[in-house]
Design a binder for this molecule. Structure first.
Ligand SMILES: Cc1cc2nc3c(=O)[nH]c(=O)nc-3n(C[C@H](O)[C@H](O)[C@H](O)COP(=O)(O)O)c2cc1C
Length: 139
């Protein structure tokens, strides 16, 4: 099984990577698992321009018009069976790099939505008294 671990923290070797590494260890212990770690903050991902080309069929193409590292990442995602999302809680939400990445995925209404049909684990941990939160999501 191919698993893609998407780390939303801008900090290498921080709490998020530590937690994601524990999840990876768990996955690896099941054997026959190939895991790729991706630091989203290291990638060139432009902001969604809101052109809506990805949303609508003709005259839209159903594909994002921006050419950047999302091309490579979408290919990797298509080849993956499952995903781990790790993010620090930044201002009560996911980190800016991860949010930008999630906004650039094809719209959920689109039949080409690249995460649909995959299973994902979203870990959103908190440094505050609010404690930790884990979300298991199926796309
Ligand atoms: C800019 C910023 C905003 C943060 N906002 C929150 C928050 O709203 N709630 C919270 O519980 N922790 C918040 N934290 C704490 C981080 O979520 C926590 O320290 C996390 O473990 C950092 O992960 P990292 O080591 O991967 O960077 C914030 C940290 C930073 C740097």
């Amino acid at each position: 099984m191919k698993v893609m671990a998407i780390i939303g923290s801008p900090r290498k070797c921080g709490n998020t990577e530590l937690l994601v590494d524990r999840v990876i260890e768990g996955c690896m212990s099941r054997g026959n698992t190939e895991i790729e770690k991706v630091f989203i903050a290291d990638r060139n991902i432009q902001y969604c321009s809101g052109c809506l080309t990805c949303t609508f069929p003709p005259p839209g193409t159903g594909k994002c018009v921006l050419r950047d590292d999302m091309d490579v990442l979408i290919e990797k995602i298509r080849e993956s069976d499952a995903f781990i999302f790790g993010t620090p809680n930044h201002m009560r939400t996911v980190s800016a790099p991860l949010l930008n990445f999630l906004k650039r995925r094809d719209t959920p209404h689109n039949k080409f939505s690249f995460l649909r049909g995959h299973s994902s684990l979203l870990k959103n941990h908190s440094g505050g008294k609010s404690g930790s939160h884990a979300f298991l999501c199926w796309w």
